[in-house]
Design a protein around this ligand. Structure first.
Ligand code: FMN
Length: 238
């Protein structure tokens, strides 16, 4: 393998082509921003880097608030449109059909069509050159309840989140593992894989220690849900 050294460039990818909403009820705006990320977990600190020429820059500088909305492939066209047209010239919500909705804690709107909207309050503005970095504290995270599963956990596999890499938009591929899966005990995975039906989409499977001798697990019933995940219930639970 030979790696060719290019001059420094904005090659970090994939990134979320986030929809940044700003302003208030009377003057709101939405623009695409891929220069965004998380800086700290507690408190949750994030940033967006925005050129001073953007209308969004003016609105965030005035109000010290913005929302990072995470888009899906269904609104990919709108994501691109609001990233090439300026809110100085046109109402981009009307243009694209994106729906602005009130937030919980700030005046800037969130976007109804996005499964996640992250409300942010600016704590610092750092100029770096072409872009100014708006460092902000996350004050609310608003999740479309469609993506909260029976266990109360966020399940975005079916959401069709978008990624942006070197000038192109992509949908996320299938989920291939969860945090820590590489070091999870093999035994646990063996049970799961052994017990799950390969082709059926619904049904209940029972298995016992007798049929799965290699495990120490109590019998469970598994029910495959329509989204492909499995509901697990202990059979002998008192
Ligand atoms: C995929 C994509 C990512 C973008 N990322 C950024 C960004 O991180 N920062 C920025 O200043 N502009 C970015 N832009 C450009 C702005 O979205 C664009 O200039 C927009 O028209 C500004 O709108 P406004 O003037 O209404 O604020 C991006 C555009 C696209 C299409």
């Amino acid at each position: 393998m030979t790696k060719v050294a290019w001059r420094p460039g904005t090659m970090l990818s994939p990134l979320p082509p986030a929809l940044v909403t700003s302003g208030d009820k009377n003057h709101n705006n939405v623009m695409t921003a891929a220069w965004t990320g998380i800086i700290c977990s507690d408190p949750v600190i994030t940033y967006v880097s925005i050129r001073p020429s953007r209308y969004t820059h003016t609105l965030i500088s005035q109000n010290k608030e913005f929302v990072i909305n995470i888009p899906t492939w269904k609104i990919a066209s709108a994501v691109d449109t609001v990233g090439v047209k300026s809110g100085r010239d046109i109402d981009k919500f009307a243009l694209t059909g994106l729906t602005p909705e009130p937030c919980q804690k700030i005046k800037a709107p969130q976007i109804a069509e996005c499964p996640i909207s992250i409300e942010c309050k600016v704590i610092e503005i750092r100029p770096f050159g072409t872009h100014d970095m708006f460092l902000a504290e996350v004050v609310s995270v608003n999740i479309d309840d469609k993506y909260i599963n029976e266990d109360g956990a966020l399940d975005l596999e079916k959401a069709g989140l978008l990624a942006y890499a070197h000038g192109f938009y992509y949908t996320l591929g299938r989920r291939i593992g969860k945090f820590g899966f590489s070091v999870e005990k093999k035994k646990k995975n063996a049970i799961k894989n052994q017990a799950l039906p390969k082709n059926s989409t619904t049904g209940t499977i029972k298995f016992t220690q007798k049929t799965h001798k290699r495990t120490n697990y109590e019998p469970y019933s598994f029910k495959k849900k329509s989204d492909g995940s499995f509901k697990k219930k202990m059979i002998n639970k008192k």
